[in-house]
Design a protein around this ligand. Structure first.
Ligand SMILES: Nc1ncnc2c1ncn2[C@@H]1O[C@H](COP(=O)(O)OP(=O)(O)O)[C@@H](O)[C@H]1O
Ligand SMILES: [Mg+2]
Length: 306
């Protein structure tokens, strides 16, 4: 392993798990247990205790501990971000850690890319992967032209998760109203043609280190098929074509692990909605019996050994 016993004597098999919540959420607990079962120790770190200093011996600390001493830090959440300044601070902090040789998982650039539903979709399309027809503009008239052309559209935040903040507009009046409200809030208008999803479902594929370790169908109780929005999950084989797409998508964005959302469009075949760099997996684990945390922990430790 590359950085044994540096900075305050943190042992090599000791990794940090960074989140915003003072109490480790369920997924973090799974990860902590998984690392421990492989002989590593996890320190649960929260953004509130992070402090950055320029010019000293150690740039990034968590309370009194130098975070640069961790061989790996699992970035489970960049935290609740309300202002561009907060985002700039957190991105810079993570980049500093990487610059000091810490293996941040997922890698910082890839994490921020995946978080951006516009840029990540552009990259996926450039990698030759199928994505929904998408237009983004700040111009209400241009957005309305799309709404007229496509009929049914989804309007969603460029950065968002759990299905929160997305609207389905199936007529121009509704679209007009939403576009104007968003424009007043200085929000870009992110518009997608509505995908007629087979069985009103999509497929979540969990990929770790180039392998699809679990897949589940998420059957929506509304047009949103997020588990957080009440979707049911059913296990799926990991041998489907969707798994190949998911593996390629995760590789395309440069992530070590991710949860990929894929729908089967009745007209156009598979389309990728997004690649989640900090996915939750409780529903998937319940449905499939696979605990992705074990795979993630093994992959991180493998990476450190290289
Ligand atoms: N263009 C679309 N057509 C139909 N359904 C969509 C579309 N975009 C999103 N959805 C539904 O909404 C859910 C959430 O969208 P997604 O892009 O994955 O954002 P989030 O980060 O909120 O999960 C998807 O899983 C899917 O069920
Ligand atoms: Mg999603």
């Amino acid at each position: 392993m590359p950085r044994p016993f540096q900075c305050g004597g943190i042992a090599i098999a000791r990794v940090g798990l960074l989140h915003y919540s003072p109490k480790p959420p369920w997924t973090a607990v799974q990860l902590i247990n998984a690392f421990e079962s492989l002989g590593a120790t996890v320190d649960y770190l929260i953004w509130d205790y992070v402090e950055v200093g320029i010019g000293g011996e150690c740039s990034v600390r968590h309370r009194r501990r130098c975070m640069e001493a961790y061989p790996a830090i699992l970035l489970r959440s960049i935290g609740r971000v309300y202002t561009p300044e907060q985002l700039a601070y957190r991105e810079a902090t993570l980049s500093m850690l990487e610059d000091r040789g810490v293996t941040v998982v997922n890698p910082v650039k890839a994490s921020f890319t995946a978080r951006n539903k516009l840029y990540s979709l552009y990259l996926l399309a450039r990698c030759g992967l199928p994505v929904p027809e998408t237009v983004v503009t700040e111009n209400v008239a241009a957005a309305l032209r799309r709404a007229r052309e496509w009929g049914r559209i989804v309007i969603k935040p460029i950065v968002g998760s759990l299905g929160l903040g997305s609207f389905l507009a199936d007529n121009v009046d509704m679209a007009y109203y939403i576009f104007n409200l968003l424009a007043k809030l200085n929000q870009p208008l992110y518009i997608q043609r509505y995908v007629e999803k087979r069985y009103n479902s999509d497929i979540r594929v969990f990929v770790v280190d180039g392998v699809a370790v679990a897949a589940a169908r998420r059957l929506g109780s509304s047009w949103k098929t997020n588990v957080a929005q009440g979707a049911r999950t059913e296990p799926l084989s990991v041998d489907g074509e969707y798994s190949e797409l998911a593996v390629k998508a995760v590789e395309c964005l440069g992530l070590l692990y991710a949860g990929v959302d894929i729908a089967e469009d009745s007209k156009n075949g598979y389309v990728i909605f997004e690649v989640n760099a900090s996915p939750l997996w409780r529903g998937l684990q319940r449905a499939t019996g696979v605990n992705p945390a074990v795979h993630i922990a093994a992959a991180v430790l493998r990476r450190l050994k290289r």
